[in-house]
Design a protein around this ligand. Structure first.
Ligand code: IMP
Ligand code: MG
Length: 373
């Protein structure tokens, strides 16, 4: 069964960690949106890996291939660097990387434009918005058009490592025979259509991005939304459940909430059920995966926002949201069978109408637990 792993909130929910763990059962892991603004962190045997552009494949499994789809905007220099690093850790793995020639490239001037124009929303300055703007204004450059440009050298270097630059039509039959995992980047609340505009990224972070990337021939059957058991956000814009002051600093430290891409301290807050419910409804999410339960373990009570004064039905409703909280009993340890943890998860299921299928209680694969009930 093909599945998608989407960020249900503002990114950094743990999609990379979950994708990496599940990837062994899939033939392809496909990135379909965004670019090097993403920072997907994976721990493998105690060692930390961060990918910005490469899908979060567990490269130890020889059967899983990676695809960078047409909806992405790709910084070729950065991708070359990631490929070189990958080759050091997993020699030969690059032969399993496929890049869609229809994806657009990020140019150096796009990163400069980001710095000048997008500081007020807290852009990652990876050139994402300006690259999508060039694409929409029909001035963009596709990966396949780089042959006569300065960027061609990067394609040659990656090609020498075994990376393939392809048309989706030529791999479509092979994909149809396999099992696909679509790995989203960013999150629903940063989506260009359904996120809290203008404090958004510029790509389709919902199931829409999978279709517009051309993958309608093998759509996901289940769409897993990933969220933390609390909330974080990088960049400017409304954050109804934000925690300020010492309490916020303390949670940031405990959760190690610093941006994987930019190193910026993340803003932190409590779990926001109205926002999560909104995200599930607008993005096609069918199931949930909740992460970082180890971080809140040991608290006597865990505050959760269970309603806003007005139920959010559009992105602009978040601008004036007035959150209300309940205090749920905390769990001593994040493990199966814990009553308080089970009750917390039931509260999330009830608020969203989505079952929780996995929870994460730590950074390694072994800490991802299937959840029933
Ligand atoms: P941009 O995508 O770099 O243009 O940034 C737009 C907004 O999205 C900023 O608030 C960023 O902090 C945020 N953002 C972009 N990518 C990510 C991500 O992968 N995780 C978290 N926030 C992100
Ligand atoms: Mg991230």
């Amino acid at each position: 069964m093909n599945i998608a792993i989407l960020g249900a909130m503002w990114g950094d929910e743990g999609k990379g960690h979950i994708t990496h763990h599940l990837s062994k059962d899939y033939d392809w892991v496909i990135r379909f949106n965004g670019g090097a603004n993403a920072g997907h962190t994976i721990y493998r045997d105690g060692k930390k890996y961060v990918h910005n552009l490469l899908p979060s494949v567990d490269w130890r499994n020889q059967n899983t291939k990676a695809y960078l789809g047409a909806g992405m905007v790709i910084d070729l220099e950065k991708l070359r660097d990631e490929v070189y690093t990958l080759e050091k850790d997993f020699p030969g793995a690059s032969k399993r990387i496929y890049v869609d020639k229809s994806a657009f490239v990020v140019l150096p001037e796009h990163k400069e434009e980001d710095k000048k124009e997008n500081a007020h929303i807290g852009s990652t300055n990876r050139g994402i918005g300006p690259a999508y703007r060039a694409k929409i204004s029909r001035r963009g450059i596709r990966v396949g058009d780089c042959v006569n440009s300065d960027l061609f050298g990067y394609l040659i270097q990656m090609g020498n490592c075994g990376v393939r630059f392809v048309d989706l039509l030529n791999v479509r039959d092979e994909m149809t025979r396999g099992k696909l995992l679509y790995e989203g980047a960013q999150g629903v609340l940063l989506d260009i259509n359904h996120g809290i505009y203008p404090f958004v990224s510029c790509s389709d972070c919902t199931i829409g991005g999978i279709y517009s990337g051309g993958f309608h021939f093998a759509p996901p059957k289940r769409i897993y939304g990933v969220a933390k058991c609390y909330t974080t956000k990088v960049g400017e814009g409304p954050f109804p459940t934000e925690i300020h002051g010492e309490e916020g600093n303390d949670l940031r430290k405990r959760g190690n909430e610093y941006g994987a891409t930019t190193g910026r301290p993340r803003r932190v807050g409590w779990l926001d059920l109205p926002a999560l419910n909104y995200a599930c409804k607008v993005s096609g999410i069918t199931d949930l995966i909740l992460t970082k339960f180890d971080i809140l373990a040991g608290m006597e009570n865990v505050p959760v926002c269970n309603k806003y004064e007005k139920v959010p039905t559009s992105p602009s409703d978040f601008m004036s949201a007035e959150p209300e909280y309940v205090k749920l009993p905390g769990w001593a340890k994040a493990e199966k069978g814990n009553k308080e943890l089970t009750d917390f998860i039931r509260t999330v299921q009830k608020a969203t109408g989505c079952y929780v299928n996995y929870i994460s209680t730590g950074t390694e694969s072994k800490d991802i637990l299937p959840w029933y009930g």
